[in-house]
Design a protein around this ligand. Structure first.
Ligand code: 5GP
Ligand code: ZN
Length: 112
């Protein structure tokens, strides 16, 4: 989608501080971190949010969690990290391309 900021990051049109990438996912640091470690796990496929995950996307959604945990370990947060997915503007979603927040590091609990 042309007007989707995360599709533009996936396409390489907007730079991001990328921690992991494969054919299905890209993982990059949040531009406005809410914790010492705060990155986003983003599917390359455009889905508007968690409510748009279809049965055919279940493997992808599960992979998002697995990769989140792996990159969290690489970022040395130990076993303390939080996963957050917002759905809908009223829940605080501002980017309508599915993403999983991963928060960790010192000073838990984190605000999101
Ligand atoms: P939401 O509130 O939609 O769950 O979270 C969207 C997140 O994306 C926010 O934490 C925000 O800081 C982050 N974000 C928005 N635009 C950009 C961007 O252009 N680059 C990066 N790296 N993060 C972004
Ligand atoms: Zn998108």
């Amino acid at each position: 989608m042309d007007d989707c900021i995360f599709c533009r990051i996936v396409a390489g049109e907007i730079p991001a501080d990328t921690l992991f990438e494969d054919d299905e996912l890209v993982v990059f640091r949040d531009i406005a971190p809410q914790a010492p470690v705060h990155f986003l796990v983003v599917p390359k496929k455009h889905l508007s949010g968690p409510a748009a995950i279809a049965q055919a996307d279940e493997a992808l959604a599960g992979k998002m969690v697995r990769v989140a945990a792996r990159v969290a370990a690489e970022q040395k947060v130990g076993d303390a990290f939080r996963l957050v997915m917002n759905n809908g503007a009223k829940a605080g979603q501002v980017v309508f391309h599915l993403h999983l927040h991963v928060l960790g590091g010192k000073d838990a609990p984190w605000p999101i």
